[in-house]
Design a protein around this ligand. Structure first.
Ligand code: HEC
Ligand code: HEC
Length: 305
């Protein structure tokens, strides 16, 4: 499945980038940062003058707008108040915040939840369905007809895929960038889900998170930034990666608290994640189609009933 020859790699990325001039992608925003850098985007397609094909440029720029403001730019596929950018900070360009730079060449890739090889647009569809809760647009809790759900040929999905592929121009195909997969708690530090002290998680949440996320978890305005809802009807649904205890703990451990990430211990991050995933959130209606033929992961707590 991997394309290893450099010329082939160049070809693949050139399809979207329109050129293959750069050998290394631009640097990521460091994990530890200030609110001042919240809007910094090292690779900004609205400022890239080498994007000469107007149709392609428009698609990439639309993808960028959707990524950074999903509820407004793709309302029919968004069930709440969460943008892609809420979890993939700085438009997917911050270290240790699930960065998406130079990852396009890793697809297609085997996905355990889907139990098959998935393409980048497949992955983006899943993000819309789950993290963006497209299965209940505008929080209606009415499952839309199949034809109004996002697919790999939806304009929005193609645009976001184009933006993510553009973030990979010049990157090697089939080679994991060093910053990929860094939002994970080391295996030996994982605590069995049922033994996690949720009450302590709540106490840490009240102490370290409410200044920006609010006691009700719905987010408070801090300057021109507002954190997204961590639970409730406006949040991601219970089929999302971030609804899994260890996956969420991996985000929190290295991306939060926003101004001093990496300040909670592995145990504290898991406790906070256990607290957040004990809260109600929208239901993903197709959970029975996930993990077919394999065991549901132990931290997928919303799959238990
Ligand atoms: C609630 C948090 C959250 C939101 C919102 C979110 N994602 Fe993600 N995303 C994740 C997590 C967590 C992962 C890591 C894999 C997983 O799901 O377990 C991920 C993985 C990905 C990947 C795969 C990265 C890789 O290295 O393989 C892509 C691509 C992606 N997201 C795109 C998007 C797009 C596009 C949107 C908006 C439509 C979005 N995400 C919204 C949390 C989120
Ligand atoms: C100084 C403010 C601040 C603090 C403190 C903070 N966060 Fe955040 N958090 C944010 C902002 C702002 C975002 C959205 C980032 C964006 O959209 O660019 C965010 C995003 C998140 C996300 C991604 C989904 C969402 O709802 O936006 C999670 C999960 C999260 N924070 C958890 C936590 C936890 C847990 C703590 C406490 C340990 C914490 N945060 C502390 C500001 C903060």
């Amino acid at each position: 499945m991997r394309i290893t020859s450099p010329s082939a790699a160049c070809l693949v990325v050139a399809v979207v980038a329109g050129a293959c001039s750069r050998s290394t992608p631009a640097p990521l925003i460091p994990a530890s940062t200030t609110m001042v850098t919240a809007w910094q985007v090292p690779q900004d397609p609205t400022k890239d003058t080498t994007l000469t094909d107007p149709k392609l440029a428009d698609q990439i720029r639309l993808g960028y707008r959707i990524f950074t403001n999903t509820p407004k730019e793709a309302p029919q596929f968004t069930g709440g108040q969460v943008a892609c950018n809420n979890c993939h900070l700085n438009a997917g360009q911050r270290e240790r915040s699930l960065p998406l730079v130079a990852i396009a060449g890793m697809f297609p890739e085997y996905n355990n939840r889907a139990a098959r090889l998935i393409s980048l647009p497949d992955r983006v569809v899943d993000c819309f369905l789950r993290s963006e809760n497209a299965t209940s647009p505008h929080g209606t809790n009415v499952i839309p007809a199949t034809e109004s759900l996002p697919t790999t040929s939806s304009k929005e999905v193609l645009a976001v895929s184009a933006y993510i592929t553009w973030l990979s121009r010049g990157a090697a195909v089939g080679t994991n960038p060093t910053w990929r997969g860094q939002n994970t708690i080391a295996k030996e530090q994982l605590i069995p889900v049922d033994q996690l002290d949720r009450a302590n998680g709540e106490a840490i949440y009240m102490d370290r998170c409410t200044s920006c996320h609010g006691a009700d978890g719905q987010g408070v305005q801090v300057g021109d930034k507002k954190a997204g809802p961590l639970w409730g009807p406006e949040s991601w649904n219970d089929g999302a990666g971030a609804a899994r205890v260890y996956t969420l703990a991996g985000i929190i451990r290295y991306a939060m608290p926003y101004l001093n990430p990496n300040s909670l211990t592995d145990e504290e991050a898991q406790q906070v994640a256990a607290f957040i995933t004990s809260k109600p959130r929208p239901r993903y209606p197709f959970k029975d189609r996930d993990y077919v033929g394999s065991k549901v992961p132990v931290d997928a707590v919303y799959y238990r009933d």
